[in-house]
Design a binder for this molecule. Structure first.
Ligand SMILES: Cc1cc2nc3c(=O)[nH]c(=O)nc-3n(C[C@H](O)[C@H](O)[C@H](O)COP(=O)(O)O)c2cc1C
Length: 345
């Protein structure tokens, strides 16, 4: 095993997109405070109906506010013309690659053959890719699941993906129907490694250093990993997985506290303090709490806050009274499987 690790190069880590959480403010504050991430993805855009789409005239994709070289704009669509329009506008802003979301699991999306709902239709996917690559205004990568209803659907999709010059394929090792529940199917991911011609990126349930080592060992030849809830729950995770030992980060509570204040202030500037900012604050905290020693008690401090002042007071008291244990999201999944009562998520 020692030999195997010696042969592995440093992993490339991606920050997964989270609609409603990993907005431009989060991405920028995260990179300023934590790092360890090589590539970032915007949450998905939709409704790109014109050549000067309103949703692309926002800070979310503004090249002056984003790290264009490392940020990949994502689109949710089943329409080749819309993908092309999106790619063209992104390219005009300086982005060289876009990502196509074939993973969104929600019924109202999937029922319209969008996101993971398109996965059972390889012919349709092939037609869309055909049309996209005939124009190919920017590089294209895909983020998908193993299937919508069945994890074997991917075996019909890979020959299609292999026919086109995708820049990479990111696979969240669940089905759409699973939503975010249950186990990821690691053996299913392992089985597709030899089939995929493109760079293959693993995504799903990377929550701890130990789990990551085991994934690296199992997925021979895979060097690219997308982090999701594990990183929201412990923003130090990527740096830890890479062994980055930054002295500033050693006082973790102080560092995280400063990040959260900066993130709040950055959002307040564009969103004003109000339900939107508070909603985002609380949603991030549904992940963060699990990396404290007493998740439920921390949540009770956050749950009722309504104003900026209440939030900043809650932060002060949380960081004074609770311990940061880190890498805690596995605790959440454990609490679910044990069916213990909990009042978040
Ligand atoms: C609230 C929420 C919002 C998400 N938004 C997006 C999105 O906009 N685009 C996308 O590709 N994936 C989205 N995802 C999926 C994550 O990026 C990631 O693939 C998923 O959480 C699995 O990785 P993990 O097990 O490491 O969390 C979202 C997930 C959640 C829970």
């Amino acid at each position: 095993m020692a030999d195997h690790y010696a042969q592995m190069s440093a992993p490339e880590l991606y920050l997964g997109p989270f609609q409603g959480i990993t907005d431009v403010h989060f991405r920028n504050a995260f990179m300023a405070y934590f790092g360890g991430i090589d590539k970032l993805f915007t949450p998905f855009f939709t409704g790109i109906d014109t050549d000067n789409s309103k949703s692309l005239r926002t800070p979310e994709i503004d090249p002056g506010k984003n790290d264009v070289a490392r940020t990949i704009p994502q689109i949710l669509s089943r329409d080749a013309a819309e993908l092309i329009r999106f790619a063209e506008q992104c390219q005009q802003k300086g982005y060289e690659e876009i990502n196509w979301n074939l993973g969104c699991p929600f019924k109202r999306v999937a029922n319209k053959k969008r996101g993971s709902g398109l996965l059972p239709f390889p012919v349709l996917i092939e037609e869309i890719l055909e049309a996209y690559f005939a124009a190919a205004p920017a590089r294209l990568s895909i983020k998908c699941r193993l299937g919508y209803a069945d994890p074997n659907e991917i075996h019909q999709l890979i020959p299609v993906f292999n026919r086109f010059p995708l820049s990479e394929l990111i696979v969240h090792a669940r089905t759409g129907k699973q939503l975010y529940k249950g186990q990821v199917c690691r053996p299913c991911f392992e089985a597709i490694i030899p089939e995929v011609r493109h760079r293959l990126v693993y995504n799903g349930d990377i929550f701890t250093s130990r789990g990551f080592l085991s994934d690296r060992e199992q997925f021979v030849g895979i060097n690219h990993f997308m982090l999701g809830r594990g990183l929201l729950s412990d923003p130090f995770l990527a740096a830890d997985l890479k062994g980055i030992n930054n002295r500033e980060m050693q006082d973790r509570k102080r560092h995280l506290h400063a990040f959260l204040i900066d993130l709040f202030d950055a959002r307040r500037e564009t969103l004003k303090t109000g339900p939107v900012t508070m909603g985002k604050v609380k949603e991030l905290w549904t992940y963060l709490i699990w990396s404290f020693d007493k998740p439920q008690a921390v949540w009770r401090r956050i749950r009722e806050i309504k104003t900026e002042q209440e939030y900043k007071q809650a932060l002060t008291s949380i960081f004074a009274e609770f311990d940061w244990t880190g890498q805690g999201y596995a605790k959440y999944l454990l609490s679910k499987t044990e069916a213990s009562t909990n009042d978040v998520n």
